[in-house]
Design a protein around this ligand. Structure first.
Ligand SMILES: [Zn+2]
Ligand SMILES: [Zn+2]
Length: 347
């Protein structure tokens, strides 16, 4: 076995603390990765606190992983020692269902294998994530980080980046399309940069004016502060596509009114409570309410290559592993611009 050092939560109530564990020796198709950086995703906090159903402990969170290949199994053909690589939100899937066969493995009908807080396909070996110094992953679930993309900035692309890239490309954000991004946080700021690079006309809808300057600097064409309710009249019927990255409770009816005929509002943020919507704003303009989760392995690679080509990287604050508990507090207060990344070489 391979000795690993990480930080883990031992229960829903405990803080993250140093933790030693083992990774499997590489099987034929496995890649052993020295983890250099791991992003902090808001979903890490939900899972550490067991807010999305019963979590598995000890839990080593982290699914925005960037590192360097240390070793490869005997039949690995895609990667070699020294390659810069990434691992995102899942490390396996059934590989045989209709979703997997269509390169939509994030929607595996048997459920994909989460990078942490999950069990391997054997149903009993827990998976441990990227808040650690090494990980072993099948080559088919490893991503290539393009040359020139720094590893610390590559990390958040593996979840936040693809979570926005997937719906933006699926609903065809591009030239001639008006796209609004609700919320300018870890997810939203990636949405602005990617939608802009895709050629769309980009608007940020934010609950205050605080992030106006940042949004425009990131490439948004327009910034609308929704604390003035008049804007819902002014921008009525304006957008082809709205992506909701906000996890707070909001009046959804207001936002559906901003969509054009046949427009779509896609939810990617997960609020604590159900969002209610009266059918009128939907039926009157044939609008759609849709959802999207992360992206496939194929799409994640496409997104990494797209971001490299267009020079898109997240705004990050790099921290040491011993600062993670403080970072969690700050994420909960939205006090981060815009993604924390842990330097795992300091573990
Ligand atoms: Zn995530
Ligand atoms: Zn499947």
């Amino acid at each position: 076995m391979i000795r690993a050092k990480g930080i883990a939560a031992m229960s829903a109530k405990s803080e993250l603390a140093p933790f030693s564990f083992e990774r499997r020796n590489p099987k034929e198709h496995d890649v052993v990765i020295d983890i250099k950086y791991c992003g902090i995703c808001h979903s890490d906090i939900h899972q550490v606190k067991s807010e999305w159903g019963a979590s598995i402990y000890p839990m080593v969170p982290g699914h925005e992983i960037a590192g360097i290949v240390r070793d490869v199994g005997s039949k690995v053909s895609k990667y070699k020692v020294g390659d810069p690589v990434g691992v995102g939100c899942f490390v396996d899937s059934c590989r045989t269902c209709s979703s997997c066969k269509q390169d939509l493995d994030q929607y595996c009908l048997e459920g994909h294998t989460g990078t942490y807080n999950a069990y391997e396909r054997d149903g009993k070996t827990p998976t441990y994530g990227g808040y650690s110094d090494v990980i072993v992953v099948d080559e088919n679930y490893v991503l290539r980080i393009p040359n020139g993309v720094p590893l610390d900035k590559a990390a958040p692309l593996l979840c936040a980046g693809v979570t926005l890239y997937s719906p933006l490309t699926h609903w065809k954000a591009g030239p001639g399309k008006k796209v609004a991004i609700m919320g300018l946080g870890g997810l939203g700021h990636m949405g602005v940069k990617i939608a802009r690079a895709l050629g769309a006309d980009v608007t940020v809808l934010s609950h205050s004016n605080k992030k106006r300057e940042d949004a425009l600097k990131m490439g948004a064409h327009h910034f609308v502060s929704t604390d003035n309710k008049e804007v819902f009249k002014k921008y009525a019927g304006n957008f082809d596509l709205i992506i909701n990255t906000v996890s707070a409770e909001i009046n959804m009816g207001d936002y559906f009114g901003l969509l054009k005929l046949d427009g779509t509002l896609v939810v990617v943020g997960v609020p604590d409570r159900p969002l209610s919507i009266h059918p009128f704003p939907l039926i009157m303009m044939r609008r759609s309410y849709a959802g999207s989760v992360i992206g496939s392995i194929k799409e994640t690679q496409e997104m990494l290559d797209f971001c490299a080509k267009h020079n898109i990287t997240p705004e990050i604050e790099v921290i040491s592993p011993n600062q993670v508990n403080v970072a969690y507090e700050r994420v909960l207060k939205s006090d981060v611009r815009y993604r924390f990344v842990i330097d795992m070489t300091k573990i």
